[in-house]
Design a protein. Structure first.
Ligand SMILES: Cc1cc2nc3c(=O)[nH]c(=O)nc-3n(C[C@H](O)[C@H](O)[C@H](O)COP(=O)(O)OP(=O)(O)OC[C@H]3O[C@@H](n4cnc5c(N)ncnc54)[C@H](O)[C@@H]3O)c2cc1C
Length: 416
């Protein structure tokens, strides 16, 4: 560690960003790459990392129109869990959760991954039947999942209003102890640093404005810094995926909606699990800084503005106070929005396309952060082999033709 005299300390306090070592290079784009990944969010960066590490493909560029991790990766409420209903989805998210469990060590980066457990509350008999069905399905898939009664919920979260005289009494919950939260930015930075170390070029401020194909085969991307040719192009652009698809005349079964979240002023530690309720329609956790991190459902209209309507935030705040009257006088510090790309079955698309060499990973809607490592891992395999990874196969575009949809609306529930 560098030692400073009193004067040195004063001098460095004024020149705080000097001589800092770059965590990744800032390369000039090459004219050709084996693979161009469009979108430098967590999923795009994870894809680049696993392509280089597991498949030995290192001549890769990640092309990002803004800064790395500045899209939904920076805007989400960081909830991680794998308790989805159907086998296909549960196995994909569980694959991701298992990767999360070793990721900080693998990337040698503190991701602040915290397995503090996730509660999904039930307020009606039908909620409880749905919870029991999902917990049973989870257990058959080897996923940790339990049904708790009201007393057990109250024991876990003493500040939750579990009294009988509420408008939506809490009858029980599902509980996934291995679920929790992670630091969103750190995930992007950890993957970016590791991908850079393996030789991947991370091109920021580089926007894809067109794509070239020849005889049904992708040949590269047009960017604001010129044309970059590529053998394969993989789009991982979340809420902007339809725009990218449109560049090659493809239509994806996606709708792009605003999704909002908010944080309160910081509080002393008071809530040490994640609490969600599909019924009252809100969810909450407490960040390590002390802020209450709160989110709810999408704004119903479509749009590309990274903001939403006040009535949705009001509804969300009301839902949280319904469950936690103790928070009624906590002040909200900030609200924001992202654009989420939702599929008709609330499941993602991880797929080849009718254009050879062009792949899409999108449609994660309101809940893709938790999938980041798993998504990158199976997508990298799909790109490298030009054949879907077994866990990705059910999520190919074909399902919208065959009708084999995987309806996860119940488990996707309140946006998270
Ligand atoms: C408010 C909110 C709360 C959420 N909460 C949760 C949660 O608690 N848990 C959970 O699991 N998920 C949550 N999500 C969803 C989650 O954030 C996303 O599913 C996930 O982050 C998607 O990651 P990504 O890397 O695909 O997308 P992004 O991080 O959005 O990355 C896509 C990148 O593509 C870039 N891009 C777009 N177009 C172009 C172009 N033409 N050229 C170059 N680059 C381009 C964008 O700038 C962006 O950086 C939430 C989302 C929001 C908005």
């Amino acid at each position: 560690m560098q030692q400073y005299s009193g004067f040195g300390l004063f001098k460095h306090s004024l020149s705080h960003h000097e001589n800092w070592q770059r965590v990744w290079r800032n390369p000039i784009p090459k004219s050709h790459y084996d693979v161009v990944i469009v979108g430098g969010g967590g999923h795009g960066l994870a894809t680049a990392y696993y392509l280089a590490k597991n498949h030995g493909i290192t001549n890769i560029a990640v092309v990002e129109k803004g800064y790395l991790g500045g899209g939904n990766t920076a805007r989400n409420t960081t909830i991680v869990r794998s308790n989805y209903l159907w086998d296909e989805a549960a196995q994909l998210y569980e694959h991701a959760l298992k990767l999360w469990e070793g990721l900080a060590q693998e990337l040698n980066y503190n991701l602040m991954f915290s397995q503090r457990g996730v509660l999904n509350l039930g307020h009606t008999l039908q909620d409880m039947r749905d919870i029991e069905r999902r917990v049973n399905a989870n257990r058959l898939n080897g996923i940790d999942s339990e049904v708790l009664n009201t007393e057990q919920v109250q024991q876990l979260v003493p500040i939750l209003d579990c009294s009988k005289n509420t408008r939506y009494p809490i009858l029980g919950a599902s509980w996934q102890p291995r679920g929790g939260t992670a630091r969103h930015d750190a995930v992007a930075w950890g993957y970016a640093r590791a991908a850079n170390a393996l030789g991947v070029d991370l091109l920021q401020q580089t926007e894809v404005i067109g794509m070239r194909t020849q005889d049904g085969v992708i040949s590269g991307v047009e960017t604001n810094r010129g044309f970059i040719s590529a053998n394969k192009v993989a789009c991982v652009t979340a809420g902007n995926s339809s725009v990218l698809a449109n560049m090659v005349g493809l239509q994806l079964p996606l709708e792009s909606h605003p999704l909002q979240a908010m944080v309160s002023e910081p509080l002393k530690p008071i809530l040490d699990t994640v609490v969600m309720s599909n019924h009252v329609h809100g969810y909450i956790s407490q960040s390590d800084k002390g802020d209450l991190v709160i989110g709810a459902g999408i704004d119903s209209y479509l749009g590309y503005g990274q903001r939403g309507s006040l009535n949705v935030l009001e509804h969300t705040a009301a839902a949280i106070i319904e469950m936690f009257p103790i928070f009624s006088r906590v002040r909200i510090n900030r609200t924001w929005g992202g654009i989420v790309d939702t599929c008709p079955d609330a499941c993602p698309i991880i797929s080849k396309t009718p254009i050879k060499g062009l792949y899409f990973n999108c449609g994660w809607g309101t809940g893709g952060f938790k999938a980041t490592p798993g998504s990158g891992h199976v997508f990298a395999h799909t790109i490298a082999h030009d054949n879907p990874h077994p866990l990705a196969k059910p999520f190919s575009l074909d399902r919208f033709i065959s009708g084999q949809l995987i309806d996860e609306h119940g488990a996707a529930g309140v946006a998270h």
